[in-house]
Structures are given as C-alpha cells and as structure tokens.
Design a protein around this ligand. Structure first.
Ligand SMILES: [Mn+2]
Length: 236
C-alpha cells in the first residue's frame, strides 16, 4: 500500500501540480490531504484538482478552510468568492481528523495542527513533554499533521509524529514542495522541485489580494526552520 500525505498547499497550484505528477503520488492508493489547501492564489483549481482524486482522497480541514468558510479577512473573502457556495459547503463539511490503516505503520491519525485542534502548534523544537501531553489519550500508532510548514519525523511516548511539511509554502532550508510517502517500509519525507520563477509569475496574475507579496515571500524567498521553528514554538 502506498499513501501520499499532502499538507498546506495554500492555493499554490504549480506546487500542487508538481507533487501530484510524482509517480509515487500519481500511483498512490490513497492521498491524504491534511488541510490548508486554501487560502491562497488558486483556491478553486486546488480544491478541484484534489477532488478529482475521487475515492483516493482522504481530507480534513485546517484553520485555513475554517477561515475561508467564515470569510475571515480580505484574502479569505476573495478565496470564498472564487470558490463559490458549492465548494465552500464541501470545505465546511470536512472533518477535523480522519483515520487510515497503513500496513507496517499501523493506525494513522490525520489532522491539521494536532488531533485536538486545527491550530495547535508542534515544531521541530517542541519539548517531548509538551508533545507527550498532546498525544496523551490519542489512540494511534502515528499522527500525520501539518500546519507549521516544516517536515518532522519523531517518536514520543511510542507514537510517531510526522509533519509532512508544506506543498505550497514550505519553511525549509532548501526550496521545493514538501510531502510525505507512507508505505510498509516506513515514512519518507519527500521534496519535489518545480519552476518557482514560473510559479511566481502565475501567482502574481491570480488576482488574489497580496499576490505579489505571496509570490515573493512564500515561493521565491526561503525560510529556514532554524528561524521559523523557535518563532512558532514561542507562540505555542
Ligand atoms: Mn498552513
């Protein structure tokens, strides 16, 4: 069984297209989508490309979907208008967590932030004690999460915590979309290169408020986790 896990696309369609074209994603039995597909510059296209996976898609919502459904802020309102009522209703109906059994890995719990919150923060530098508290009472062999846009693979209190990283807005030392591959052989944290200059040009033409800043800040610039992880941890 091959399972691909994608998080935090943030409307970055060129990055999502590159990841979906990966043989291990195109040929996956299941594609897990852990939320924050929106907001971002291509909300409708990203939602539709994922929906086209049909029964192969297992999706939960992030705080991003929640904010778009609530039309919370200018970017969220623009995305909500782009999506339209029917797609918004589908996003509003997404669950907070989902469960999948992956032979060799066991019971996998998919969520956005943590199993109990779509905005709780876990980083590379989260102390074992705090992560252990988050995992207390969680019945799973592995938790697959996103939200903080940096890949993580660590085990606390016998539970494996994997952050698949971000497809569209990664905070990593090297550029490229991030995702995770789950098989009986284990978890692989993967990176997919794509043409970021071309992506930035497409994004600037998207019409999203702040599209220029999005392209500069999240597609072309680099945010090393040595800076972002302590910052996010300080907010936790
Ligand atoms: Mn996010």
């Amino acid at each position: 069984m091959r399972v691909a896990a994608l998080f935090d696309v943030h409307g970055n369609l060129p990055a999502l297209e590159a990841v979906l074209a990966e043989p291990d994603v195109a040929g996956a039995d299941l594609v897990l989508c852990g939320g924050d597909t929106v907001p971002g510059p291509f909300p409708r296209e990203c939602v539709e490309v994922l929906a086209a996976l049909g029964d192969r898609l297992v999706a939960v919502h992030g705080n991003g979907e929640r904010n778009v459904v609530a039309r919370d802020g200018e970017e969220a309102r623009w995305c909500a208008d782009e999506l339209g009522a029917e797609r918004l209703a589908r996003l509003a109906a997404l669950p907070t967590t989902a469960r999948v059994d992956v032979p060799g890995l066991g019971r996998v719990l998919l969520c956005h932030g943590t199993p109990r919150s779509d905005e709780e923060i876990v980083t590379l530098v989260t102390p074992d004690e705090r992560l252990g508290g988050i995992l207390a009472g969680v019945e799973a062999d592995a938790v697959l999460a996103g939200h903080t846009h940096t890949q993580i693979d660590r085990t606390v209190a016998g539970v494996r915590w994997v952050n698949g990283g971000s497809v569209g807005m990664p905070y990593e030392d090297e550029p490229g979309a991030r995702w995770a591959l789950l098989t009986a052989d284990g978890v692989e944290l993967r990176r997919t290169e794509y043409d970021r200059e071309a992506a930035a040009r497409r994004i600037r033409r998207s019409g999203m408020p702040g599209a220029d800043a999005f392209a500069a800040e999240y597609v072309l610039a680099r945010h090393p986790p040595s800076e972002t992880a302590p910052y996010f941890e300080s907010l936790a």
